[in-house]
Design a protein around this ligand. Sequence first.
Ligand SMILES: NC(=O)c1ccc[n+]([C@@H]2O[C@H](COP(=O)([O-])OP(=O)(O)OC[C@H]3O[C@@H](n4cnc5c(N)ncnc54)[C@H](OP(=O)(O)O)[C@@H]3O)[C@@H](O)[C@H]2O)c1
Length: 339
Amino acid sequence: MKAFVIHELAHPSKIAVTEDWPVPTLKKNEVMIDVYSAGLNFFDILQAQGRYQTKPPLPFVLGSEFAGRISHGFPLPAGCPFKPGDRVFGAILGSFAERVAVPVTSILRLPDSLTFDQGAGLFVTWPTSYEALVGRAKLQPGEWILVTAAAGGVGIAAVQLAKALGAKVIAAAGSQEKLDIAKKYGGADYTVDYTKKGWQQDVLKITNGKGVDVIYDPVGMITDCLKCIAWKGRALVVGFAAGTVEKVPMNLVLLKNISLVGIFWGGYAVREPGHMPSVYKAFLDLLVSRKVSPPVVYREVYTLNSLADGLHALETRKTWGKAILRVKEDDTQAGKAKL
Ligand SMILES: NC(=O)c1ccc[n+]([C@@H]2O[C@H](COP(=O)([O-])OP(=O)(O)OC[C@H]3O[C@@H](n4cnc5c(N)ncnc54)[C@H](OP(=O)(O)O)[C@@H]3O)[C@@H](O)[C@H]2O)c1
């Protein structure tokens, strides 16, 4: 099968697709999936170079989030709730390939109304943003929230979810084009370009001098954002897309009674697996009732042959929404309607 295999640690731009990689062997309690779409994540770029916290032994197939169908012609574990052909989404190392073997506990049923492209961003991206806003920051209706990299993968999900939760959303991004995306597809109330000096003054003006109650930051720019946080605000540490792990001056935290709040969705699988189903149910309910909708506005959909370009585009800030690898064409009604 075709797969994006890391034979030696390297930047993804240096890696070509492998045409004849063996189909994975099923282990106990695993099911085989035909991958239709896979989500590109920032950490894929790091993992290909050995710069991410999980370092799989070489060689390995890159990729994590995916949506697809249970393959025909492979055994299913006892008690498996799925049958061949069922539409599912999940995440496991190795999803940038035509097939991937996954523990049955690591997949969920994909609602009929969602395309495989939309499903490919659901297993990590959406629960990260939902748990950040609801479980960690306890965002309340009517509160102000500032979302950085607001047109990005986790960012646009945060904008949509915050709106659905009744918050007032200020989307911050690095270009007018991305601000327009955050407004049009995310539903942001206001936008600010954080590449402009003194942008925090705009946030203060928008909030009548109060500042935002919550900061959602996947970039690593909490220190900058604290200039426009409200008294007793909460700052969510989501990621460091800018490339360095940020160090925050603690006097700023003290002076405004601020809470710095971490969110690591991957950690729940190990430390609090019992909490995960309620998070998936909560945002899937919002999706199915169409209160939120993963945008289908990707600049480009990538294939296994052009995946290196997609990862490069993600790294160089050229993507918006969820950047997607399409392995197989969507054959469902939802897919045909949205193609
Ligand atoms: N905590 C968790 O559980 C969790 C889960 C998933 C992802 N994450 C993290 O969240 C971050 C965002 O991931 P994503 O997949 O959603 O990516 P993304 O938001 O689609 O892309 C990153 C965005 O960050 C902004 N950015 C600002 N400075 C940048 C720089 N120097 N280099 C590159 N980008 C820069 C860019 O938007 P502008 O052009 O608008 O500035 C860029 O589009 C990553 O650090 C990722 O590891 C955390």
